[in-house]
Design a binder for this molecule. Structure first.
Ligand code: 4AD
Ligand code: MG
Length: 458
């Protein structure tokens, strides 16, 4: 007999039919002449209740199994008066794998911190399976959102020679035998695997631009690596980013695209993961559902960086970092804008050029660039984007000014040399979006296996 998932079973409710289910025990309670087995197979947040009579073969053994043991159960679906409309009357129970008493998830209420140290087992908890089902749905929503609007999905390289953000936060990729290099001797990178210094990508944007400037609208969705030493609740060394890039679009157009993409993901989560959201609201973020509803139904506020600075300076609040014009917006500033001042998402545009990347389009004021960040309460920046500099000379000058190696950017400049067009795009940090929508407050808890400074165990 073919296995049916618990999700399918609860959806179709085939009362009186014989079925086969497999999963892990969430609880097992013995009564006089039977036991209740609560089984979960990961296909849904819900568990299946199974009744197994004590006259079944192997009853003495399986009825003593501990939480986390894996069972295969044949039985008949019966209508139930309990929480769920159906339950299973077992006709045979087979033990697939037993769990000894030292199973780390034997007790309820283990902390998220403790679970981070057993990242390979945490998907077996209600919390993590809920988070990762939502993560899956948000990935599906991403492809649907862009594909439905005519965007093409492009896979940009992970290995690269370019520091595409110009921030120097790159992991080196090399086959050099570092042990064989005498102390103090300079490494000749031209003899390395690719014949030049190579790294893991910090973005796929520049390559996405090449495709946008030919196929119109494209997006990437891939792993991204940053070696910044940021041990915070919202930074990972390896994260996933979605980067749409749109030819002929200006900043306003992609700012709107970013806001509607976030709203679309939320709607999708409502339609596909409602029980997960209810669970996460109950255990992690009070008011999660109301928060998401309000984001779904309201336009995002939009201000310039200069206006943001004015708001901060008029707030009368004491900030740790300077709020002088020209300085970067720090987490505390972003938090004030989203959590206290606007009480919702905010789009901030036109940042000072010196705090932003070389590729952003310069405004005529000579001081600012056509950049935009979308900030959300509790997290801060979730999207970073810009209109791209489409003027060959201006871009070339900016590359020189920033001390970047001209030769590496030659192909990128070609996009401005041959049929240049205005174009814009952004990057959404996928884990930050998952945090926002699940209400989880540490980014390590929304990626299956996290890499952060000093941590690469799993
Ligand atoms: O603002 P960022 O650095 O922008 C870019 O990489 C552009 N190339 C995007 C583009 O225009 N195509 O990063 C974009 C987003 C941030 O807003 C943030 O959500 C996320 O990526 N992000 C991180 N997420 C987790 N850990 C990190 N260390 C992150 N750094 C950036
Ligand atoms: Mg940014």
């Amino acid at each position: 007999m073919k296995r049916i998932t618990i999700k399918k079973l609860l959806e179709t409710k085939p009362v009186e039919e014989q079925v086969l289910v497999k999963g892990w025990i969430r609880s097992l309670r013995q009564s006089k002449s039977f036991c209740f087995i609560v089984l979960n197979d990961g296909s849904t947040q819900e568990n299946l209740q199974i009744i197994a009579d004590n006259n079944l073969d192997g009853y003495d053994e399986f009825s003593k199994c501990l939480i986390g043991s894996a069972f295969s159960v044949h039985g008949q679906v019966v209508a139930s008066q309990g929480k769920q409309a159906i339950e299973l009357q077992a006709s045979s129970v087979e033990i697939l794998g037993k769990t000894p008493a030292d199973y780390p998830l034997q007790k309820k209420g283990t902390s998220l911190e403790f679970l981070r140290d057993i990242a390979h087992l945490r998907p077996r908890t209600n919390t993590f399976s809920a988070v990762f089902r939502i993560r899956h749905e948000l990935a599906q929503a991403t492809h649907k959102f862009f594909s439905d609007q005519g965007f093409y999905y492009v896979n940009t390289p992970i290995l690269t020679a370019m520091d595409a953000e110009g921030a120097g936060e790159m992991f080196r990729v090399s086959t050099v035998d570092f042990d064989s290099i005498p102390a103090g001797k300079k490494i000749d990178w031209s003899r390395d695997y690719f014949g030049q210094e190579s790294f893991l990508c910090v973005t796929g944007q520049l390559e996405a631009e090449a495709f946008a400037c030919s196929m119109g609208s494209v997006y990437t969705f891939g792993p991204t690596f940053r070696s910044e030493n940021s041990n915070t609740t919202r930074h990972l060394s390896e994260f996933w980013m979605i980067e749409p890039e749109v030819a002929f679009a200006d900043l306003e157009e992609v700012a709107e695209l970013g806001a509607s993409y976030i709203q679309y993901m939320i709607k999708h989560a409502f339609n596909h993961c409602h029980s997960e959201l209810v669970f996460l609201e109950k255990h992690f973020e009070k008011g999660l559902i109301a928060k998401l509803e309000s984001v779904m139904d309201n336009d995002f506020k939009k201000i310039t960086y200069t206006e943001a600075i004015e708001i901060l300076n008029k707030s009368g609040k004491k900030f740790e970092f300077s709020t002088e014009w020209g300085k970067e917006l720090q987490t505390e500033h972003e938090k004030f804008l989203t959590d206290e001042h606007f009480k919702g998402p905010v789009i901030v545009t036109d940042y000072p050029k010196d705090v932003k990347a070389f590729y952003m389009k310069q405004n005529s004021d000579g001081k600012t660039v056509r950049a935009m960040d979308i900030l959300v309460p509790g997290i801060g920046e979730i999207i970073g984007g810009s209109q791209r500099e489409d003027d060959f000379e201006k871009l070339q000058n900016r590359i020189t000014e920033m001390g970047l190696d001209q030769d590496l950017y030659d192909w990128y400049l070609d996009l401005r040399r041959f049929g240049t067009v205005p174009h814009s795009g952004f990057g959404l940090g996928f884990e930050r979006a998952v945090m926002y929508i699940t209400g989880m407050s540490n980014i390590r808890d929304v990626i299956p296996f996290h890499r952060t400074p000093g941590s690469i165990k799993f």
